[in-house]
Every structure is written in structure tokens, then in C-alpha cells.
Write a protein that binds this ligand. Structure first.
Ligand code: SF4
Ligand code: SF4
Length: 427
């Protein structure tokens, strides 16, 4: 690669406060990254802001540019910073260009002013919320160890009140993994969100012996439980909510079954599509690999285009595929899973080879479970029909199974309120 021609569209997620956050969630992997910048104030300067926006817009050969803000906690920069950012975007964007801002936040600092701004400038906001209070507060605490649920829920209500487009990012961990329907129904019905992302928490705790095997923290999900979490929610979603609620892992799976390129790096064959930029302009290969070894350069010294097309990023991307263990290469759901994220590849495969994904058992369960409904939805899509039609197909199948089991004097499974013998069981 390395010919400095940028890909048609790319994401470069910016962290204007670096790792600085107003909370101290117990599973956060990013708080410790402040050690990379011991003398920093962790605030992106206006000069860098302008350079970032200008380069991002100029290096996109398409008419759609995404400006992604993340943290740490990006609201700590203050609203003025993003007002200036929008002004700068207007200064550089071409007449037909659409600039979409995305903004990932813990939600505790949101107020009417923030939400009016988000709505006015059509920001797509991601809100971190781990389900009902008892699950959310298990690990999402502030620096004093106090719970945050009520403040986040208030943020969610403000976003809804101001008609801000928002999705919910839910970390799945030891405290909520066994309560999939409670979590899902809370997000769907109480928070009233249509867009949900589930992120499994996997924290390596310590290395054991001379082999490359590790233990995980008590907060981490168990692989099989994570698989059950996804399949249980899938079963409810595929019968009731297709086309109304959008769950990222299900949407990406459908892309796979349909044969479209995946829009989420963890299930893509290669990495390298999700680099991040620290508060000082340093660009790293991925949010999960913010380490000196994966530093691509700084946008004040090297153009973004050159960083995005660098051999280092290319090599990082290719390694995801090259380092797949044989067990994955022989796997019948490799096309959907692709060995998931390399950061989780630290267990041994059954044949003893190192580098299998810790979540493998869960993904095998999930991808096998969804195979038939995914095939049906992909087939509907290929006929230009709505995938939501699957709900009718499954409802009819469920009903015929229930009719086959129903007793004559029981209520009819069709919910008519009549006895089975007077309804669908009539001879
Ligand atoms: S390392 Fe994981 S998160 Fe990073 S680009 Fe690869 S799959 Fe995505
Ligand atoms: S399900 Fe397991 S074996 Fe199959 S590709 Fe994923 S990690 Fe590899």
C-alpha cells in the first residue's frame, strides 16, 4: 500500500482529552494511558483541532466524512470546543459534502445546552449504559466510587427530550451477562433506544507459567455466558423487533450472511480500519493498541493520509488474518467471526495451539444458533424484501409447534382467549 492514496472512507477517532475522564469505571482499559504523556495537560489545542478537521476533510475523496469524538470523556473539553469544531468543519467542507459528527459519552455532564447543540448539528451520540441500575452501578462508578446510574439516566432523558439521535453502548460483564432479557427490555422499553451495541468485557489479569495462557478478572464475561446472552436477546429480537431495534452484532452478522463487507472491525478479516488520535495528534493503530509499538506518527508532522496508508498500519491489519490459529481456519463460522478481536486471542485451541480467542465458545454458540434465521433474512434481502418479514415466518412456525403440543381444554396458543378445542383445535 503506502502510496499515500487514502482509502475511500476511513475513521480516525479523536480523543481530545486523551484518557482523562470524570468517572473511573472499574473495567476501563484506557484510564492508565495517561502514563504515555507524563507532562501533558490532556487538552487538544485549537491549532491541532483545525489541522485535524482540515486534513480529515481534505483527505476524503468521498462526499461523506465522519468526525468521531471519544475519550476519556470528550464533554470535559467544554461545549465551546465543539462549537469551534463545527465552525472549522463549515470552513473546509465542500458544497455537497456531508460531515457527520459522532460523540461517545458517559452522559453525566449532559444538560439542555449540550443536547440543543447535538440536535442542531445532527450529532450521533453514543451513551454508555450497562442496563438497569443494579447492573450499571456494579462497575460504572465515579472517582469516589459512587454510583452513576441516575446521572446517566438523566442524560438519556435529556437526549430523548431534545430529539438527539443516540445509541446505547452496553458493556457486558460478570454482573449483567446472566440477565440478557432484563438488560435488553430495559434499553428498548425504558431508555427507548433503537440502537444498541454490546461490548464484552474481557480483562486479562495475569500470565500463567511459560505458556501463553492467561486468567481473566472477576469482572470479565464468561465466554459461554456471553454466547447465551447474545442468543437469548436474538431470539426475542428476531420475533418482535426486527426493523425497529438495531443491534450492532446482529446487523453485522446479517451483513456476513448476505455477503456484504462487515462494518465492524472485530468481525472483519483484517484490522487497521479503526485508528485513533490522541489529544496531541499522535495516531495509533487501534484504541486497544495504544502503545509505543503501534504509534503511527503525529498529524502535525506527517499528513493523516500518510499515516492511514502506512506500512505499519497495513501490517497491523494483515496480522489479524495471518495469526489465526488452525482451529479458526477450519471453523465453519470463520466467515462471520474471523477470530474476533486480536486483543482477546490469548487461550489455547483444543489442539494446543496458542492464540485462540477467549470468547470462541460463546461465538460458536451464537453464530450456529442464528444460522437459519440469518439465512432467511439474507434471502429476503436478496429479493429486495424487508428482513422484518422473518417475524411472521417464525410466528407461524412457533404457533404450529404450540398447536401440536396443546391440550383440548387449554387456552388456544393463538391468544384468542378461547379453549383450544373451540379454536384451532376444532376437529
Ligand atoms: S484490534 Fe480489535 S478493536 Fe482493534 S481494529 Fe482489530 S479487531 Fe478492531
Ligand atoms: S468461533 Fe472460535 S474457532 Fe470459529 S473463527 Fe471464531 S474464534 Fe475462531
Amino acid at each position: 500500500m503506502n502510496d499515500e492514496k487514502p482509502p475511500r472512507a476511513f475513521h480516525l477517532m479523536a480523543k481530545p482529552t486523551g484518557s482523562v475522564c470524570n468517572l473511573a469505571c472499574r473495567y476501563c482499559f484506557y484510564l492508565c494511558k495517561d502514563t504515555l504523556y507524563p507532562d501533558s495537560h490532556f487538552r487538544m489545542t485549537d491549532e491541532l483541532l483545525e489541522s485535524y478537521i482540515r486534513q480529515l476533510i481534505e483527505s476524503h475523496p468521498t462526499n461523506e466524512v465522519t468526525v468521531s469524538w471519544q475519550g476519556g470523556e470528550p464533554t470535559l473539553m467544554g461545549l465551546d470546543f465543539y462549537q469551534r469544531s463545527v465552525e472549522i468543519q463549515k470552513k473546509y467542507q465542500t458544497p455537497h459534502m456531508k460531515v457527520q459528527n459522532t460523540f461517545q459519552t458517559n452522559g453525566v455532564l449532559l444538560d439542555n445546552e449540550w443536547c440543543e447543540f447535538f440536535h442542531k448539528h445532527d450529532f450521533l451520540v453514543g451513551l454508555s449504559l450497562d442496563g438497569p441500575q443494579k447492573y450499571h452501578d456494579a462497575y460504572r462508578t465515579d472517582k469516589r466510587g459512587s454510583p452513576t446510574f441516575e446521572r446517566v439516566q438523566r442524560g438519556a432523558r435529556l437526549l430523548a427530550k431534545h430529539h438527539v439521535k443516540f445509541n446505547v453502548l452496553t458493556a457486558v460483564h460478570a454482573a449483567n451477562v446472566d440477565y440478557p432479557l432484563e438488560v435488553y427490555r430495559f434499553l428498548r422499553d425504558d431508555i427507548d433506544t433503537q440502537f444498541i451495541q454490546f461490548i464484552p468485557i474481557v480483562e486479562i489479569e495475569k500470565k500463567l507459567g511459560k505458556h501463553r495462557t492467561y486468567t481473566v478478572s472477576g469482572r470479565s464475561v464468561n465466554a459461554k455466558s456471553y454466547g447465551r446472552f447474545l442468543t437469548t436477546i436474538f431470539d426475542e429480537w428476531v420475533r418482535k423487533d426486527v426493523g425497529c431495534v438495531f443491534i450492532q452484532s446482529f446487523d453485522v452478522a446479517l451483513e456476513k450472511w448476505f455477503g456484504a463487507p462487515p462494518s465492524l472491525c472485530i468481525f472483519a478479516p483484517h484490522c487497521g480500519t479503526a485508528p485513533i488520535m490522541e489529544h496531541n495528534g499522535d495516531v495509533y493503530a487501534c484504541d486497544h493498541f495504544v502503545e509505543t509499538k503501534y504509534l503511527l506518527g503525529n498529524i502535525t508532522q506527517t499528513p493523516i493520509t500518510a499515516l492511514i496508508t502506512s506500512e505499519t498500519l497495513d501490517k497491523f491489519g494483515q496480522e489479524k488474518k495471518d495469526r489465526l490459529p488452525q482451529y479458526c481456519r477450519d471453523c465453519d463460522v470463520l466467515f462471520a467471526c474471523n477470530g474476533e478481536c486480536p486483543k482477546n486471542r490469548f487461550i489455547q485451541a483444543p489442539d494446543g495451539e496458542a492464540g485462540l480467542n477467549y470468547l470462541c465458545e460463546g461465538y460458536q454458540l451464537f453464530f450456529h444458533h442464528i444460522n437459519r434465521p440469518m439465512r432467511i433474512m439474507a434471502e429476503l434481502l436478496s429479493r429486495n424484501a424487508a428482513p422484518a418479514s422473518i417475524m411472521k415466518v417464525l410466528r407461524e412456525e412457533d404457533l404450529s409447534r404450540a398447536f401440536a403440543k396443546a391440550k383440548r381444554n387449554e387456552l388456544c396458543p393463538c391468544n384468542s382467549g378461547r379453549k383450544f378445542k373451540h379454536c384451532h383445535g376444532k376437529k
